[in-house]
Design a protein around this ligand. Structure first.
Ligand code: GTP
Ligand code: MG
Length: 644
């Protein structure tokens, strides 16, 4: 099979993810078994597990119309159906963004969202939460031809009045004029705004999600795609055609939709030079063919400002045919394998790294804390045992002295616990203030006011002003919490310092909460929005619809970030003292057990050996606990920043 390589790699990736999930489960059980659990940590673990369970690898295909995106998708992933599964044809074909994935709960279907939904305020994400708002067509997966027939609906168009097209944000006077259409009464528009396709293809079942997009400025009319779906995709495949090279509109698309979504790193990006077969010239032969492909790649790489290695020459058409017919020679000619190899190696490896760092961020500190706690426990038990072994228990006076000393330590400790409880109360008040500074109603209030202002201002300028104001207010809101954050940090540091100095709890460095990340993300959203607004190829008439949608997208994103800040602050304030609490409890237990043993020994000398045996058993059991933990942690493979 031609796509075995990608399939195998994806399979391996899915297996790796499954193991990661299992090791987190084991860690959770370990915490439960040794009574080291608390509700916040359990939440953090469950959230991380849920995130991993929902992980999908999304490949988004972006290009001007007719570059062969859909043909390439068919060739890469669906050739074994033996048909051209997704409709691909000359001219403009794919009419709406189409997502292909496997939805275990929903089964086999195409869900289509009608184009008129653009008139409503709801975002695509909102619609996705309500399957009832979509038109559903069931798919018979045993019949590729029935599926192929059903997929034809994806390219459906209809005629609406120009006024209606205008309202929908789909009338572009400049583009129409370029095609010789001037002042028409009716305009052809897509029937559907978005399509979701679920079917149990093996790759989709392993978590692959494919996003096929229509060319011809369709991206410019759906800001949610550009600002959220493309940046969220693990990889973007940008398709050029060898016969046209990089045209002005390719370049426009590249700049406004690909570069922005990939950032400077250019990670998770493949540029495909499709239709190389069209460069074949019988007279020039094989070497001439190769030279002209290289020439086209060189010039495209220089226009796009890319390394030429990142441009993959292929013929999607030959590849699909070759795979359907089982023609290895033709498959070789199509050069698809190099691209497949790149997609599987580069993109899946990168995804693996991302998941690892996500897990590290979500639960790394818990694992780290467990490791430190276990180290301290084992060391202390070891020390205690040594001490007992070396002690001269014959010397009554000495035992009495030790008991008095331990009791003093206990008393001093109890007094400090009281002061710890008092600091904890102060911290709770301070933390409440911090969490409240991002409270939902404060944010919603700002958002509501902006929305009202925006709906009143009909000009783009007016909307832009309201948008600026909104971001200014949100910036202020974050700025206000800077001081509270600082205060909270100082407090938490002071509490830890006290225990570090007085009880040698050196290992515990508190995690500190910072709002910088949210400030940074908010600025980025604002800038993204401005870049999009400046680059969208919109005419005056469709502008208000698009800009309105753009701003709804931005507002939704900004809200998500502030909600994240709110949630993170709450989780942080609930859990930041937990490691210290665990150490304190353990310390208390140690003093008590030491006192008890000394007392026993003092009463009857015969129990010294018993005590040593008990200490040895305790040490062995702690070492066992530690070994179990180390095994689990090494299976997690999230080594960054962890100490063993
Ligand atoms: N010669 C040649 N033609 C190709 C190749 N790949 C695609 N085509 C043709 O190019 C045309 C457009 O292909 P599509 O896959 O529909 O292009 P698209 O990028 O999905 O276009 P839209 O859906 O309109 O955005 C079709 O007629 C394909 O048969 C190729 O490798 N070689
Ligand atoms: Mg297409």
């Amino acid at each position: 099979m031609g796509n075995l390589q990608f399939k195998d790699q994806l399979h391996e990736y899915a297996h790796w993810r499954e193991q990661l999930i299992q090791s987190i489960e084991l860690y959770r059980e370990w915490r439960n078994r040794y009574k080291l659990n608390d509700p916040q940590s359990t939440d953090a673990l469950l959230n991380s597990l849920q995130g991993l369970g929902h992980d999908r690898v999304t490949l988004a295909f972006v290009a001007e119309f007719s570059r062969g995106k859909t043909e390439l998708i068919n060739a890469l992933f669906f050739a074994e159906t033996g048909v051209r599964l997704l409709p691909s044809s000359p001219g403009r074909t794919t009419m709406s963004p189409t997502e292909l994935f496997w939805d275990e709960a929903g089964g086999n279907y195409i869900r289509l969202l009608n184009i008129e939904s653009r008139l409503e305020e709801l975002s695509l994400l909102d619609y996705k939460r309500h399957p009832g708002r979509w038109t559903q067509i069931d798919l018979n997966i045993d019949s590729p031809t029935q599926m192929q027939e059903a997929f034809k609906e994806l390219v459906a168009t209809k005629r609406v009045t120009r006024e209606m097209a205008d309202k929908l944000g789909l009338w572009n006077e400049r583009e129409a004029a370029e095609q010789g259409i001037i002042n028409p009464e009716y305009v052809e528009v897509p029937c559907w705004r978005h399509a979701l396709i679920s079917f149990p293809h093996p790759l989709l079942k392993e978590g692959l999600c494919i996003l096929d997009t229509p060319g011809l400025n369709a991206l410019g009319t759906e800001p949610e795609l550009t600002l959220s779906m493309l940046p969220n995709a693990q990889a973007i495949v940008f398709v050029l055609a060898a016969d046209t090279g990089v045209t002005k509109s390719d370049l426009e698309m590249w700049r406004s939709h690909v570069c922005g979504a990939r950032g400077q790193r250019r990670q998770g990006l493949a540029v495909v030079m499709n239709k190389i077969d069209s460069m074949w010239d019988d007279l020039a032969g094989e070497s001439g063919y190769d030279a002209s492909i290289q020439k086209q790649i060189d010039s495209s790489a220089s226009i796009l400002g890319l390394d030429r290695q990142l441009i993959f020459p292929v013929s999607a058409k030959q590849a699909l045919l070759a795979k359907v017919k089982g023609d290895d020679n033709l498959l070789e000619k199509s050069r698809l394998k190099t691209l497949e190899h790149y997609l599987s190696a580069d993109i899946l490896d990168q995804r693996r790294e991302i998941l690892k760092s996500m897990v590290d961020k979500d639960i790394g500190f818990l694992v780290n804390e467990s490791l430190k706690l276990m180290n301290t426990k084992v060391n202390n038990a070891d020390k205690q045992l040594d001490e007992f072994k070396q002690m001269d228990f014959e010397n009554q006076e000495m035992t009495g002295k030790l008991m008095a000393e331990t009791r003093d330590r206990q008393n001093a400790y109890m007094a400090n616990i009281e002061s710890f409880q008092a600091s904890r109360k102060v911290f709770a008040v301070q933390a409440r203030m911090l969490v409240d500074s991002f409270a939902r109603d404060r944010i919603d209030d700002i958002m509501r006011r902006t929305r009202e202002e925006m709906s009143k201002s009909l000009t783009t300028y007016g909307m832009k002003q309201s948008m600026r104001k909104l971001f200014d207010e949100l910036r202020d809101l974050l700025q206000d919490s800077v001081e509270t954050t600082e205060e909270t940090r100082r407090l938490i540091k002071a509490i830890h310092k006290k225990f570090q100095e007085e009880y040698g709890f050196k290992e515990i460095e508190p995690q500190l909460f910072s709002i910088k990340q949210y400030q940074f993300e908010l600025e980025r959203i604002f800038e993204e929005g401005e870049t999009f607004r400046n680059s969208a190829r919109t005419t005056m008439t469709e502008q208000s619809v698009v800009i309105n949608k753009l701003y709804s997208t931005l507002i939704a994103k900004a809200r998500t970030i502030l909600q994240q800040a709110h949630g993170d602050a709450a989780t942080w304030s609930n859990s930041v003292l937990t490691p210290l609490m665990h150490q304190i409890k353990d310390h208390k237990r140690q003093i008590e057990s030491r006192l008890m043993m000394l007392r026993k020994i003092n009463e009857s000398k015969g129990s010294v050996y018993e005590s040593i045996a008990q200490l040895e058993a305790e040490l062995a059991s702690l070492q066992q606990q530690k070994q179990e933990l180390l095994a689990i942690v090494s299976a997690m493979q999230i080594d960054s920043g962890l100490t063993t």
